[in-house]
Design a protein around this ligand. Sequence first.
Ligand code: SF4
Length: 632
Amino acid sequence: MRHGITGKVLRVDLSSEVYSIEEPDEKFYRTYGGGSCFACWYLLRERPARVEPLDPQSPLVFATGPLVGSGIAGDSRFTIGAISPLTGCYGESQAGGWWGPELKRAGYDAILVEGKAERPIYLWIRDGEVQFRDATGLWGKVTGEAQDLIRQEVGHPKARVVLIGPAGENLVRYASVVNNLRHTNGRSGMGAVMGSKNLKAIAVRGTTGISFKDQDTLKRMIKWYANTFKDHPIEKIIHEGGTIGWDVTELNQAGILPTYNFHSGSFEHADEICGHTFHKTYFVEADGCHACPIRCKRVARSTGPYQVDPTYGGPEYETTAAFGSLCGVSNLEAICKAHELCNKYTLDSISTGVTIAFAMECFENGLLTSEDTDGLELRFGNEQAMIQVIEKIAKREGIGDLLAEGSRRAAEKIGGGAQNYAMNVKGLECPMHEPRGKATQALSYALSSIGATHVECPHDWTFELDFSIPDLAELGIFEPVPPLSLDPEKVRRFAYGQMTWNVLNTLGLCIFTVGPGKLLKMSQVAEALNAATGWDTSLWELMKLGERTITIKRLVSAGQGISRSDDRLPDRFFDPLEAGALKGRALDREEFEKALELYYGMMGWNSETGVPTPGKLAELGLGWAIPLLPQQ
Ligand code: SF4
């Protein structure tokens, strides 16, 4: 009997509407874990050498991990991975909620989707059985309506549904995927990949339960976490204020709240959009994911002019900053509405906000006029225009059709220097963390194989504060380093931190509950994993799993043509911040390039190409992939 895993991977061919079940051996699970690493293994093995993201031959992977459904806080995460229509290289996104644990209860650890259905369909998976169902009547419907109809049709009001809305169907390059209408696989355009395959949704229901080897240890750890998390300085803050309460005010005071398309680190209206104001105005209740006591999610409602529907949850920090300070918008109700529209149509709120801020800067500088924008005065601070543009992007109407391509492609089409306003790396729009004040994020954005992501490595504060040192000591890190430093010690912390977060994304755990600076330490993750599976893993083996995951992601992206020359940041980050506590602060190009060199050396990657060396692949047990390395 398998413990912690179902031992089954579902392979679905949409073109022929046929499925099969694979049963990888235990060694495979222990080597690749799940989540990100699973997705990349299948992409390396199953896709043609180089593939267009929306080609039917481009596979799409949904993967949980061995701790998903275990009851350990943050146990709900699953990865969707594919070649990204936004970047052309590896793309992935993680989400919590309930879908991942339910998929395992329904009998599968992962789903590999291949081909393209001839008509819109959805998958219905119930206790191992798989049905291909007609979704013609669902096509064009927003997520709330489509989820209701699917649940009625399958006769299970509690079926967990992962699905796309019109933005995914219309192949918006940064379309997201949602489950339970409130939990989003946002980044990299995974919703467009679903849309390209005519796959509207995957509904799952399972009643079989998941076997875990040592229930007593798991129960003890779950109880300890529930009794302790409120005493932890960070978990307490996330629990009480959500991410919207944790970040806006603090980052603004520190001068690193992305504002006016990254011109400034300080927003003069920050108080109007911060968590404190949110909790006094549009806050309805806290919400959370499967088995997690933190409950960091927030639900918003308004009966004012924007009529915000609480069905779709509420904005997190990233959404608040992307539609707020970044677009110069101080109307919190409009930000809540923008969030609702993103979950309804399935748009990544980061890429949407950054692309609109880009368009606003183009408009302010005359590169776009009201003739281009369907008559809209698309200026910083115009929340009405912002809301209208979100709808246009989802429907690919007018200016929305251009912006649906993402900031990189839109800038190329607009020309005239618009590229200077497009804040993306490898085509993926930058999240709401200012690299000029957070050095780890400069490295994350540049070095991640998916493009600019903020969930690649713990942020600098983790390495700065004394309380986190006990967590870090087990990784061989003993002293704080300042947030602005990009010295060798910071690069080492980035590399180790990147390994830890890649472990979490692979095992199916949330970065808010586990890992450096959070309550559950990495050695406790090993303990939980052993209790769940019956393995005898160690912290060392987990760190190698993290390194393997980073490396295999790089291999997929390298196969799509990504190299060191793509590991670059927008020029703006090398210009001084124009306002805020860090006014005048800029990244230093020489220091940044030296840090990249050090990183390639630490990771065993070729410093000229940015591609892993054969020796490193062999060391990580990826020797089978040496023939897949791009020709030098
Ligand atoms: S901390 Fe928040 S995002 Fe993470 S599992 Fe808990 S409720 Fe979900």
